[in-house]
Write a new protein. Sequence first.
Lengths: 187, 187
Amino acid sequence: MAIVEADISVSVDGFITGPNLEQEPGLGEGGAVLHAWIDEPAGKRLLDEAFASAGAVITSRKVYELTAGWGDDGFYKMPVFVVTHRAHDQVVKGDTTFTFVADGIRDAVARAVAAAGARKVHIMGGASIIQQALKAGVVDQVFLHVAPVVLGSGTPLFAQLGERIGLERIETIETPSATHQRYRVVK
Amino acid sequence: MAIVEADISVSVDGFITGPNLEQEPGLGEGGAVLHAWIDEPAGKRLLDEAFASAGAVITSRKVYELTAGWGDDGFYKMPVFVVTHRAHDQVVKGDTTFTFVADGIRDAVARAVAAAGARKVHIMGGASIIQQALKAGVVDQVFLHVAPVVLGSGTPLFAQLGERIGLERIETIETPSATHQRYRVVK
């Protein structure tokens, strides 16, 4: 069955965006450094591997809206399940299908697992989606791209999740602008 | 001049203790896993290196009180500067001197730097001391021992520090029960 992996960039102090998202949508003030690794050859290879190994993506309505403009063909080129409170018809762009799931994270993950076949399900975030998935016990692996910065404020990945979750380290990969840590969730 | 390094164990979600410190003083509920690396040969070597390279320690009154019973000879075997609001006479145990500094973190660091000579000043925590030192701009390096656990709640190392601090990765070391990340603070 598909491995469900939450995959996200984060600061050393645990933020996935800087502050002032109203002024700087997406990564917030100072948040661009979180994604600097993506623009480097070694980081690009990691990202390409992540895309090549994924058979489906789960994301939030907010991230969908932020990234909806990426590419005429839908960018992801695989089924994308958008967790939302507002029902919406499926959107098809080239090889990418955006299916809006209003029945919660468990349902979204079940549908993504069915769609992914032998490949991974890649939970992209935002933070709320990853928190919901961790609490629901449907995450098999966490892949954190830790950028060398203390942002001081912003959107916390975990905040006070309220549950203790054991992890086992699978691997640590260094690229010039991040330390990439992949963990297995102990169930 | 002595390098000032903040050195502390932390969960993947950024806690230096679990919750319920009243019931479980020291590391809190579930927090023992944060220090599991210390009991392993590879971790013990790292800790021995940290002690061997340090010429002075900075800590909080709370950590002082928690660890005051460690060893008749004072455990640290070097000058220890305890940041406190309550003045207290110096305590001498064997080679260890505990000097209580009531004039704030900058003064404590200046005195520790003078005492450390060519060795490092090791800021042990707690979280509040490390936060104060980072905000005061007196930290040269941060050495985080990241244990493979999401604690969900507890004492946050950074929380909302409120300041953006650039870091440069110096090294990443894996031991069986932690990933050790040493960063230089960009000034």
